[in-house]
Design a protein around this ligand. Structure first.
Ligand SMILES: *[C@@H]1O[C@H](CO)[C@@H](O)[C@H](O)[C@H]1NC(C)=O
Ligand SMILES: *[C@@H]1O[C@H](CO)[C@@H](O)[C@H](O)[C@H]1NC(C)=O
Length: 256
């Protein structure tokens, strides 16, 4: 009983110091074109104040993130509103809502994803509670360079450092994976994952290839990993791709 009381007391202290304040995301667009960030909250987490907005070149926006939020942010590119129908669509990352706000829909692959699980390890151990897990994922392909840089946090069980993919992979994307614009001959706008391009269990880490032991990095995963060593290149690329901080704020930058 004494131990429980002491640990609850410590937890309250820890919470007051660290866990009571919510996190902020600063979303920055350093691309020389407009990006329309989309935001999707995970099942069972608090919604955000926005699910999608427009960010001009060299603009940024600060978003207050509720405690224990999980979800993803991605960039939509080449968006426009149809003057006749009023429908808003994007060439990459489109969320299908026909509006700037995504309202609970995710982005269409290929899209570079910034993924977060804040205060993720919610268990009774005060030393592993209040940790944020984050990564940049190219598992659903790539459309735009994105990085996550933590500020003011402490290292958790893993590395508390920048994650991401700063390289422009659209130009150098292997021809089999290249997504080109229909009306602008040959201009690459995104780079598909091998899973999306070929759909086989081997590339998708499904079926007989559904475990870390059986699903190995393909040559295509190798292409993504070489260009972007701190981003997920395929489903089981955990070792070098997951980052952990405690009590940090995060800057998410398009075209860092
Ligand atoms: C954006 O930058 C690229 C590469 O530096 C350049 O080719 C392009 O003309 C620029 N576009 C605009 C709208 O400034
Ligand atoms: C973004 O750019 C557009 C077009 O240049 C401009 O009309 C709009 O006012 C800008 N938005 C902000 C918030 O500066």
């Amino acid at each position: 009983m004494g131990f429980i009381k002491v640990s609850s007391f410590l937890f309250v202290i820890f919470f007051l110091i660290n866990g009571g304040s919510s996190t902020t995301f600063t979303v920055v667009n350093q691309c020389n074109y407009t990006v329309w960030p989309g935001l999707l909250s995970g099942a069972g987490t608090a919604p955000l104040s926005t699910t999608g907005f427009s960010l001009n070149s060299s603009e940024s926006r600060v978003i207050s993130i509720p405690a224990s939020w999980s979800g993803r942010i991605w960039g939509r590119t080449l968006c426009s509103q149809n003057p006749t129908t009023g429908k808003f669509t994007c060439v990459t990352g489109d969320c299908g809502s026909s509006k700037i706000e995504c309202s609970g829909a995710g982005g269409k692959p290929p899209a570079t994803l910034a993924e977060f699980t804040l205060n993720g390890a919610t268990n009774s151990n005060i030393f592993t509670s209040n940790l944020d897990f984050f990564d940049i994922s190219l598992v659903d392909g790539y459309n735009i360079p994105v990085t996550i840089v933590p500020h003011g946090g402490a290292a958790g069980v893993g590395k508390c450092m920048a994650a991401g993919c700063a390289a422009d992979l659209n130009v150098v994307c292997p021809p089999q994976l290249k997504l080109t614009m229909e009306d602008a001959a040959g201009v690459a706008v995104a780079c598909k994952s091998a899973c999306e391009a070929f759909g086989t269990p081997e590339f998708c880490c499904s079926g007989a290839f559904g475990t870390p032991d059986t699903c190995k990095a393909s040559e295509y995963a190798g292409f993504f990993k070489k260009a972007c060593p701190t981003a997920y290149s395929y489903a089981y690329d955990d070792g070098t791709s997951t980052f952990t901080c405690s009590g940090a704020d995060y800057v998410i930058t398009f075209c860092p």
